[in-house]
Design a protein around this ligand. Structure first.
Ligand SMILES: [Zn+2]
Length: 349
């Protein structure tokens, strides 16, 4: 199934069938925005108040539910014969070889307690947190992915955030990995995440970084633009501002990126292509970035400013830790800062 086939049923002519129009910028509430470009029928706009880039109108919740339970994930595939764990690769490959490192960093922020992963996909992250230390819950509304997480990892998965309300205590650790760029109402999403937190809890959000080199090099060909999947495009600043509206305070942030991004840029520098289109001549470089099986694992630099894992940090000499931090900063400066990882806590008072 081609991506264009997945998008077609969402439109009647050029009109979106399930539109949700944002009357104002969810980050700063300004009402004025300018159109940057149209991709696959979706207008990508930039807020004149704060610079936030967003698709408007986007799919309503009803439309998104149809889209995400359709053949959506197949857009990444060449054929329909892949096993589900490959089809749901987008979640796994977000971390790929970096997953153990990311888990270490989560455990440095929260060594044990109740954890919920919102938009948990196949459950790879939750499954990496030991059941002896964590009471684990996942939220995933793609039924096939939820089933995989239950059957494969034995995880408790609920289809909706509403299923967690009134469940008694909140959570020590809340994660939303590559979720907020997809949601129809990002402010409501942030408020929901904030509500799940215990007063001492920590929220870890990862999302594509539109402030990174990717966007500046690629413009509309940047891989982040894959409407109707991605509709909110944050920088650390705009995400922090949105979180503040939900009563959250940024504690820390870091980036991940990859040199392969430059390969993509080099190959597409003269072409005006839709990165995600199956017809795109860049398909192979897309595979390189997003499908490690075609090109070997992509080595991602560690997030630069997250605290090192408690155990590893204690064993490491301070000078070594400093050099490692410096190296990470340099690497992240050189690389694309494709993804950001931001840590929030409830704002004081
Ligand atoms: Zn704004």
């Amino acid at each position: 199934m081609l991506l264009s086939d997945a998008v077609k049923p969402l439109f009647a002519g050029t009109e979106l069938r399930y539109p949700q129009f944002l009357p104002q910028c969810p980050v700063c509430t300004a009402t004025a925005s300018k159109e940057l470009f149209v991709l696959r029928g979706f207008s990508h706009r930039q807020c004149r108040g704060c610079g936030f880039i967003f698709v408007n109108p986007r799919l309503s919740d009803e439309g998104a539910r149809i889209y995400y339970n359709s053949e959506y994930y197949r857009q990444y595939c060449d054929n329909n014969e892949r096993p589900i764990n490959e089809v749901f690769g987008p979640y796994c490959r977000t971390f790929g070889p970096g997953l153990p490192d990311f888990v270490d960093r989560l455990r440095a922020l929260c060594p044990r307690g109740r954890v919920v992963d919102v938009g948990c996909g196949l459950g790879a992250l939750l499954a990496s947190l030991p059941a002896t230390d964590f009471e684990r819950v996942g939220v995933e509304y793609n039924e096939a992915a939820a089933r995989f997480a239950r059957e494969h990892f034995g995880l408790r998965i609920v289809p909706d955030l509403a299923d967690l309300r009134g469940a008694g205590t909140g959570f020590d650790l809340v994660t939303a990995i590559e979720v907020i760029e997809h949601v129809a109402d990002p402010l409501a999403c942030m408020q929901d995440l904030a509500q799940l937190l215990l007063p001492t809890g920590v929220l870890v959000v990862t999302t594509p970084n539109i402030g990174g080199l990717d966007y500046h090099l690629h413009g509309r060909q940047c891989a982040h633009f894959c409407a109707p999947s991605h509709v909110n495009f944050f920088t650390v600043e705009t995400l922090t501002r949105l979180a503040a509206r939900a009563g959250l305070q940024r504690q820390d942030y870091g980036y991940r990126g990859g040199v392969v991004s430059y390969v993509h840029w080099w190959r597409t520098r003269r072409a005006d292509v839709d990165f995600w289109s199956p017809e795109a001549p860049t398909r192979n470089s897309a595979n390189l970035v997003y499908r490690p099986r075609h090109g070997g694992p992509v080595i991602l630099p560690a997030p630069q400013s997250l605290a090192p894992a408690a155990t590893a940090g204690a064993a490491r000499a301070p000078r070594l830790a400093f050099l490692r931090g410096l190296a990470n900063r340099l690497l992240n400066g050189l690389f694309a800062q494709t993804q950001m990882i931001v840590v929030f806590r409830r704002a004081a008072g």
